[in-house]
Design a protein around this ligand. Structure first.
Ligand code: AGP
Length: 608
């Protein structure tokens, strides 16, 4: 949450800063700002409410020349959305951009106010700026020494970049809880919350680790770890193509990412199925033996869409790998006293690997003696990957749209592979082989359902003016109904709820009337007859029904069939989410919403 971009350059910095912060807009877009030290050693600070385009408009009229600067795009935590609360925050010569939350900021604020500091904002970041200024003046030390000493007084999660206007030859960055990556240029260097912002500038990256402080000059970078020892962090060369983060022919990233799913799934499967029809994840290395195989229980923890993927996999783990499995929302898991099951193994799921709730759940789980933990994640250098015993990458490719799509279907693909792997280990060879065989067909099946876009567009026209929509599913299609409802509410702002179809008569049936359409996922499987009964219950109460199915149904007034291609039962959940993603997309498009940047949300939620 919040995007940080900073640079020290040979060239004029303005366009680089603007371009960098624009690419981080998916992390928060309540307001944005930047500060540059210009050629006369003045600080020029420009801030405004709204999207980065507003900032660009404001800057267009100005001619500012400089070689060092910081920029920030905000997702409001401390303090409302206002210009005063927009970063960078300044205390005389100290300029700060920050991502995260400082828990003891009110104590700091009171302390600094007593020392005579005036606060112009409600943010915790301004307290950091004043604290650094106070400490610097007290001890007359360099800003890097001041930061090394003062961060001990900050409790919470943060990543920050600081400029000292009195010595504008370096950026000082500190990481604790939120990611920062340095991009190495030729006699110029950059730092950002995510490498996406740096891909057009360099391929060479250094990821800061927890507790690191980096002093970044044009020609030199020094990094100190949390014990204040100077260290060398590994340089990585990224193979992500800059082109892959462009929208290309698509109107929105979400649309592009929906259509990329066959390719992403192919990539997820690539080189992971062995000649003997077993699964091998090359990155899945355990310190001890693979304790996951010996687990008697799996505990899964995640948020949002990743939580829904975990919920689907619970059906698979129990049915195919014969292993009991529980799934919990990360923020709930870490806020209660846990009675751990015997020989339990923890799996976290996350697209970003930076979700604060999931990270705290992982950290919390370490007190309870799980056999081990594994994260299924899309981002290799992320905090979850670093802090877990082991990891599997989903290989979805970079996902920019706030609404997760390809990360969900690739998570499900990995989970099904993992289920097959464990099933094999448990000598459930027949089902393991069946899963592997069926997974090969999956990308092609997704291509087939994507061709139904015109059909979905027509349904979207009928539903775009609705205020409430219900989603129903049974078995592993229940979490798919939940995911369909989540997609719709987050990008179209239509109130959508999902229920397990069998639960309808226990209360929600009271909602049914002609104004509340009900979307029912009804593929051919052992639960089809039960779903048909639910359809009758709704129909006889004048409900308007949209059935997403590969089966024929009696289409009567108020019953619409969205006829989809045939799909193998094993992979049906991965298939059925795709038309629901398209439906949410087209409805939001009809309503003229900003699909990639829905209001109040951000792509990676780095605050608890
Ligand atoms: C869904 O479309 C979301 N944007 C959101 O629910 C997301 O899945 C959740 O915040 C978890 O993110 P993660 O997968 O990066 O941990």
């Amino acid at each position: 949450m919040c995007g940080i971009f900073a640079a020290i350059t040979q060239r004029n910095i303005m366009n680089i800063l603007i371009d960098g912060i624009k690419k981080l807009e998916y992390r928060g877009y309540d307001s944005s700002g930047l500060a540059i030290i210009d050629h006369d050693n003045n600080m020029v600070r420009i801030r405004c409410i709204g999207k980065v385009d507003e900032l660009i408009r404001k800057i267009q009229k100005k001619k500012i020349l400089g070689h060092i600067g910081v920029a920030h795009t905000r997702w409001a935590t401390h303090g409302k959305i206002s210009k005063a609360n927009t970063h960078p925050h300044v205390s005389k010569n100290i300029i700060v951009v920050h991502n995260g939350t400082i828990e003891n900021y009110s104590v700091l604020r009171i302390f600094l106010q007593k020392k005579g500091y005036i606060f112009y904002s409600d943010t915790d970041t301004e307290a950091i700026a004043h604290l650094l200024h106070w400490e610097q003046n007290k001890k007359k030390e360099s800003i890097e020494q001041v930061i090394q000493n003062s961060i001990k007084q900050l409790y919470g999660n943060y990543s920050m970049v600081v400029i000292d206007k009195n010595n504008p030859t370096r950026l000082i960055a500190a990481r604790s809880g939120s990611p920062l990556v340095i991009g190495l240029g030729i006699e110029e260097n950059f730092i950002a919350s995510d490498q996406i912002a740096l891909l057009n500038l360099t391929k060479r990256f250094i990821y800061l680790e927890e507790g690191d402080i980096a002093i970044i000059k044009k020609k030199e970078i020094n990094i100190f770890n949390k014990k204040n020892f100077k260290i060398k962090r590994k340089e990585t060369i990224s193979n992500i193509k800059y082109k892959s983060i462009k929208k290309g022919k698509y109107s929105y990233y979400m649309e592009k990412e929906i259509y990329e799913q066959p390719a992403s799934i192919r990539n997820t499967l690539k080189n992971r199925v062995q000649k003997n029809n077993t699964i091998y994840f090359s990155e899945l290395q355990f310190k001890k033996k693979n304790l996951l195989y010996y687990a008697e229980h799996i505990q899964m923890v995640a948020c949002g869409t990743s939580y829904h993927a975990a919920m689907v996999s619970r059906y698979w783990f129990e049915a195919f790998a014969k292993i009991p499995c529980d799934v919990e929302i990360a923020s709930e898991f870490s806020s209660r006293k846990i009675a751990i099951r015997k020989k339990s193994f923890l799996i976290t799921l996350s697209q970003s690997g930076e979700t604060a709730d999931t990270l705290s759940a992982l950290r919390y789980s370490k007190k309870f003696g799980y056999l081990g933990n594994l994260t299924i994640c899309n981002m290799e250098g992320s905090s979850l990957v670093k802090e877990s015993d082991s990891y599997i990458l989903t290989r979805a490719g970079i996902e920019i749209g706030v609404a997760s799509t390809k990360s969900f279907t690739t998570q499900l693909t990995v989970l099904l592979m993992l289920v097959a792997q464990i099933a094999h280990f448990k000598k459930e060879n027949k089902i393991a082989e069946k899963i592997i065989e069926t997974l090969h067909i999956l990308p092609q099946r997704i291509e087939e359902v994507l061709k139904k876009n015109e059909l979905i567009k027509n349904i979207a026209k009928k539903l775009s003016n609705k205020k409430n929509i219900l989603f129903l599913g049974r078995g592993e299609q229940y979490p798919i109904a939940m995911e369909g409802a989540l997609k719709l509410k987050e990008i179209s702002y239509i109130h959508a709820e999902a229920y397990a179809a069998g639960e309808l008569k226990h209360g929600p049936l009271a909602l049914i009337d002609k104004n509340i359409p009900v979307i029912i996922i009804a593929p051919k499987n052992s639960l089809l007859e039960k779903i048909k009964k639910n359809i009758k219950e709704i129909y006889s109460r004048e409900g308007v029904i949209y059935i997403f199915s590969d089966q024929e149904f009696n289409v009567e007034k108020n019953i619409h069939l969205v006829k989809l291609p045939y799909i193998e039962e094993l992979i049906a959940p991965i298939f059925y989410i795709v038309p629901l993603q398209l439906l949410a997309y087209y409805i939001a498009l009809n309503k003229g919403k900003n699909i990639d940047q829905p209001r109040h949300l951000a792509k990676s939620v780095t605050v608890e």
